[in-house]
Design a protein around this ligand. Structure first.
Ligand code: FAM
Length: 439
């Protein structure tokens, strides 16, 4: 078994060569045109980012180095493979795949889990910073601020200040990314304890446990196998969703200024905290609880349809449906549904049943309504409801769980430095300037 850093060091030279050859041959090749609608429409559809770990296909959904979610579920080492309670793939396995493009062995994942556990303790000054926040400060603001403060000990900043060569940037960047991912559970758990009083507030780490096993323990779910396993699956499949989404794009943009991974990720979390991005799972939950209140539990399909129509007719969207890029059912939703199907306690849960009923009924209603380009469920239609059913009823915390997961997108920073990517600086225009160009 090798360490992840050795494995990364091994793949970097061949990928650098591949990019070099591509550049030599195609530097002036066009990837498509830029239309005014791209510029005005949030850069939708513009092919202008390099992202190594995953590619999103509008029909097939996300693929991690070419592997679909079902492929990953089959191939990546699971909790069971490591002799832990539970069956789901481990986020550590996904982290390895994202960084190297290769499926790790069980021993390699075990080694990575142990390394993360060893690096997981928070420095005392960060604990004090988190403890000083008012309980009323949004958990995402606390999360972003605590992550930024970790840059006090950034290996990249220290190496940069000493004058490290550009070709070596990736190495301390990697070290920071691993340190950050290792410490994220303790940050998230301390916030949970301070704001909602759950967990014991100690953030103890068991060196023989996996990253999420330790996190579940810290937030008071250590003995809850269902929740622990759900968090593993959720965090593994939510981590990377190619580069253009707000949190991933932000961390990449800030990193392009050679801000260290802690600052880059802190900025990414600030983007994730927006209602159009990371907050959707919270909104779905509000919608489902409202629906249950309006039509009762175990309502007929007809009643549910009526409620959907009244939502649409009042000009609101059905949260958890549609997607900016996907044009079919989100495979992340299918993975979470599959999880629910294998858990008798969730099959009995009225909220989970409602999520499944909506997945049967809503696409027909949305198709008849005729506006959305994709009437199918996205991942958020299920993700928050399972957390709720397992007893995590604090909506305001849900985006923090998403944030733990999105830390896997930090792997791109290692690739950005390995490829020597430059500072981002797209060209902008005023309306007057556009007018002149387009007349
Ligand atoms: N319910 C009702 N109308 C919808 C709809 C939905 N779920 N999804 C899209 N539409 C409407 C949309 O509002 C737009 O109407 P107007 O022409 O009146 O503006 C029209 O259909 C065309 O939209 P689109 O091209 O299909 O989607 P967009 O790319 O503009 O927007 C979403 C994508 C995700 C913002 C949109 O589908 C939506 O608002 N969905 C509900 C909220 C949600 O589930 N967000 C989470 C998405 C999740 F996957 C994530 O990124 N975290």
């Amino acid at each position: 078994a090798s360490t992840l850093k050795d494995a990364v060091a091994q793949v970097i030279p061949e990928k650098q060569e591949q990019l070099k050859a591509l550049k030599a041959k195609h530097n002036n090749s066009s990837l498509g045109e830029v239309k005014l609608e791209n510029l005005l429409g949030g850069m939708r559809g513009l092919k202008c980012m390099l992202w190594e770990g995953s590619v999103l296909d509008s029909e097939r959904g996300i693929a991690f180095h070419g592997r679909s979610i079902p492929d990953c579920e089959k191939e990546l080492p699971t909790a069971k493979d490591l002799g832990l309670k539970g069956k789901e793939m481990l986020p550590e396995s996904m982290l390895w795949l994202l960084l190297t493009g290769k499926v790790p062995s069980v021993d390699e994942v075990r080694g990575l889990s142990a390394e993360l556990a060893e690096k997981g303790k928070l420095p005392n000054y960060v604990e004090k910073i988190i403890d000083s926040f008012p309980k009323t400060l949004h958990p995402m603001t606390q999360f972003s601020a605590a992550v930024a403060a970790l840059n006090h000990d950034s290996a990249f900043s220290a190496a940069y200040n000493k004058g490290i060569k550009k070709s070596e940037y990736w190495s301390p960047t990697y070290d920071d990314v691993i340190t950050l991912i290792a410490k994220i559970p303790a940050i998230a758990a301390r916030i949970y304890y301070n704001v909602f009083g759950k967990g014991d507030g100690k953030q103890a780490i068991d060196p023989s446990n996996d990253l999420i096993g330790n996190y579940a323990n810290m937030i008071g779910y250590g003995d809850h196998e269902g929740m622990t396993d759900y968090l593993r699956l959720y965090i593994a499949i939510h981590g990377d969703h190619e580069g253009g989404n707000v949190s991933a794009h932000t961390l990449h943009l800030v990193g392009s200024a050679l801000s260290d991974p802690f600052l880059s990720y802190s900025a990414g979390l600030a983007g994730l905290a927006g209602p159009l991005h990371g907050l959707a799972n919270q909104e779905v939950l509000g919608f489902c609880l409202g629906l249950q209140k309006a039509v009762g539990e175990n309502a007929s399909d007809e009643k549910v349809k009526e409620h959907l129509w009244s939502t649409l007719n009042s000009g609101r969207v059905v949260p958890g449906y549609g997607h900016a890029v996907l044009r079919s059912t989100d495979p992340r939703f299918l993975a979470l549904s599959r999880f629910c199907d294998t858990r008798p306690e969730l099959q009995k849960d009225s909220l989970v049943q409602l999520v499944q009923q909506l997945a049967r009924v809503a696409p027909g209603v949305l198709t008849e309504h005729g506006k959305t380009k994709n009437p199918n469920p996205n991942v958020d239609s299920a993700s928050g409801c399972v957390l709720y059913s397992y007893g995590m009823t604090e909506f305001k915390y849900y985006t923090v769980v998403f944030g733990i997961s999105r830390a896997l997108a930090l792997t791109q920073l290692v690739w950005d430095r390995a490829y020597g990517m430059g500072i981002e600086r797209p060209k902008s225009f005023s309306v007057d300037a556009l007018q002149k160009m387009l007349k």
